[in-house]
Design a binder for this molecule. Sequence first.
Ligand SMILES: [Zn+2]
Length: 86
Amino acid sequence: MSQYRSPGECEVCHCSIIKTAPQQRYCKLCAVLVKRRTRQAYKPRKKKQTITKQKLTMEQAMLEARKAHLTYGKYIAKIEGGVRFE
Ligand SMILES: [Zn+2]
């Protein structure tokens, strides 16, 4: 096992740390904080990802209906809001 170990300094609190990875720059505590902070910073604006109910074309709907072994009418009713004809 050749574990990377090298003395270093935390970039945030400047305490001495033993790096366990060459790219390590923070002590454990700061790493958590930095991670949290960057995650927040890069958090994409909450675009409301509306899973758009795709407007199906008639053809698509019929195909889908067939796949689901439903009639076109039943299928549409199902995706439009669950009015059941069964
Ligand atoms: Zn630190």
